[in-house]
Ligand binder design. Structure first.
Ligand code: HEM
Ligand code: SF4
Length: 583
């Protein structure tokens, strides 16, 4: 790669940079006062500055929102705890790692594991004093939380592809290589969490060749897709590589840039945006392309307004041609022209499948990715028992589900016995709506949640299942996604039905995304009360049952029938297509 200007991110002119830029700059490569904050036993929290830095270490300060009001009345401090996100590049964990996470969830967190929409593990309810022991135990099985959040490249996702084993092995290696290449080089994580020597002063030896002192303007997310599956939702991500496979071999990747979901209610300048394909590169060029894309965003992304700081806005403002030119300048050569490809779906394929290497894979539906034991379903225990004997891997899908992967034919009966014993596959007989549902965490842990999501969607789907059943659509797959706020962690703008929390019990209803993730939905009605959602959707679902064309997907039907119109960049994504009558 060509030499380029050194870190230009700390600008000295123009409007004042966002305060987080100063925090990053002064942090000594992400050290800040974190070590002291952790040692302070008086507060369960960390300082405001340090709570920005912990994100780069995969850790979010949160408090129990259910308890807020009661504690305020009693003049108590908030019930602080931390969310810890554990990176799993490509979503593949060993049985040993699974058992380790299962144990850590019980010992240091709230006894549950969340499989996220981006192939990571999340722990909730970790008290400050338990952070370090939890991270040290993860380290023993080579798991870490570095860069799981923060203004850096985060967990790199790839298609967990149970069928084409060779292609999967290669995309997984590539995902891991991108992850390694773009992981911050600072030793701060090792010093603070793993007690590896100096904390204060350690930064003097540091260098961040890719990021510089102030890292990126905002978070950055990378994925690899293997058509025809778009399970990674490539268009929702800053950087994507679409594998082009010929004769069973990956000949290269189309490169996509500039996707992102998050927006802010009422701020028309913020909107979800789909990534665009900008060219093609050879497998051996992937790392330099990824690095160049990151560097162009590092130097040109907005460091003043964080709501305008994602790569999607850099590209929307300056155009794809400009961006490609900047990337090519850094590369010192041109990208090739993109190759044809076709996606068919963005969800997961459930049940047993056999790979070309003769190994078996079982894709299980995990409601909202929450692994826990309940009276009805001992999911956590069942998966633990499997991990004790399973010689293959656990693959976290991009849709909060789980693949028990790489089972040798002779080992399948024993795994199957456990699956049956714990009823782990019973959920696979759910209707097509539930099997394609996703909800973000929201309440009670997420400080940004305006409405319920994970705790509410299963019930809503239950009500909608009755409507689907009556319409004769029980097994029809419809993507339904809910989030507790417009940030979009469960990619709701790519749901054929999207519900975005606005206030307690109130959601914006979006319709019309494409089943293969290639078209955004559009707001159909704003501010729908939870108790009216089913009434809003019933006539549309019924009409779909009777008026759809052969093979027509629900999202496509909503567009064709004019419930909503496709979103064009530059339009106001926040405008509902129909102004609802408020009751
Ligand atoms: C600007 C926007 C965003 C902010 C401020 C934000 C913040 C957060 C916070 C605070 C949580 C923790 C919730 C909890 O576990 O209690 C979370 C979870 C998560 N976020 Fe975001 N988020 C944003 C957008 C997104 C987007 C667009 C995606 C994906 C495309 C995403 C992916 C995730 C994932 C995978 C989780 C883990 C839980 C899950 O699977 O739902 N986030 N986010
Ligand atoms: S979408 Fe909003 S409410 Fe849901 S987890 Fe993300 S930030 Fe929290």
């Amino acid at each position: 790669m060509k030499a380029e200007n050194s870190d230009k991110s700390a600008r000295s002119e123009g409007p004042a940079l966002h305060k987080n830029e100063g925090i990053k700059e002064a942090s000594g490569y992400l050290r800040g006062e974190l070590a002291a904050s952790l040692a302070d036993r008086i507060s369960g929290a960390v300082s405001a500055e340090d709570s920005q830095l912990t994100k780069f270490h995969g850790i979010y300060l949160q408090d129990d929102r259910d308890e807020r009001a009661e504690r305020r009345k009693k003049k108590l401090d908030k019930a602080y705890s931390f969310m810890v996100r554990v990176r799993v590049p490509g979503g593949v964990a060993t049985s040993e790692q699974w058992l380790n996470m299962d144990h850590i969830a019980d010992k240091y967190a709230n006894g549950t594991l969340k499989l996220t929409t981006r192939q990571a593990f999340q722990l909730h309810g970790v008290l400050k004093w338990n952070l370090k022991p939890a991270i040290q135990e993860m380290d023993k099985v080579l798991l870490d939380t570095i860069a799981a959040c923060g203004d850096v490249n985060r967990n790199v996702m790839c298609n967990p592809n149970p069928a084409a084993s060779e292609v999967h092995a290669e995309v997984l290696r590539t995902a891991q290589a991108i992850s390694d290449h773009l992981t911050p080089r600072t030793r701060a994580y090792h010093e603070i969490w793993l007690d590896e020597e100096p904390v204060a002063g350690g930064e003097k030896e540091e260098e961040e060749p890719i990021y510089g002192k102030t890292y990126l303007p905002r978070k950055f997310k990378t994925v690899i897709a293997v058509p025809p599956s778009n399970d990674v939702d490539i268009y929702a991500h800053d950087l994507g590589f679409i594998a082009i496979v010929e004769d069973g071999k990956i000949i290269g990747y189309n490169v996509s840039v500039g996707g992102g979901m998050g927006m802010t209610h009422g701020a028309a300048a913020t909107y979800p945006r789909l990534a665009e394909v900008m060219g093609f590169c050879r497998p051996e060029q992937v790392l330099e392309v990824a690095e160049a894309v990151v560097k162009v965003q590092r130097d040109h992304g907005d460091r003043v307004d964080r709501a305008h700081a994602r790569l999607k806005y850099t590209i929307a403002d300056r155009g794809l041609a400009w961006f490609r030119g900047e990337v090519e300048k850094l590369l010192g050569h041109k990208l090739e022209e993109a190759r044809p490809f076709a996606f068919e779906h963005s969800g997961d394929r459930y049940g047993w499948s056999k790979g070309v290497d003769g190994k078996w894979h079982l894709t299980l539906f995990i409601q909202n990715g929450r692994v826990k034991d309940t009276r009805q379903l001992r999911l956590k225990t069942g998966l633990r028992e499997i991990a004790k004997i399973h010689k293959g891997d656990f693959r976290l899908t991009c849709n909060q589900n789980l693949i028990i992967g790489g089972i040798a034919p002779e080992d399948r009966p024993a795994i199957e016995d456990l699956v049956k014993k714990f009823g782990l596959d019973e959920a696979l007989s759910s209707g097509g709506l539930r099997l394609n549902s996703m909800a973000c965490v929201a309440l009670p842990t997420c400080g940004l949640a305006l409405a319920e999501s994970e705790r509410y969607l299963p019930d809503l789907v239950g009500e909608l299942e009755e409507v689907m059943e009556q319409a004769g659509l029980r097994d029809d797959a419809i993507l339904i996604r809910m989030t507790g706020c417009p940030n979009g962690c469960a990619r709701p703008y790519l749901g054929e039905i999207g519900l975005v929390g606005k206030a307690p019990g109130v959601y914006n209803l979006h319709l019309g995304a494409a089943f293969d993730g290639s078209r955004l939905n559009r707001m159909y009605k704003a501010g729908v009360k939870a108790e009216h959602i089913v009434d809003e959707l019933r006539p549309i679902i019924k009409a779909y049952a009777t008026d759809r064309e052969e093979g027509e997907r629900f999202g496509d039907f909503c567009m064709r029938k004019g419930y909503v119109e496709p979103f064009q960049e530059g339009e106001n994504y926040h405008e509902p297509m129909v102004v609802p009558v408020q009751t």
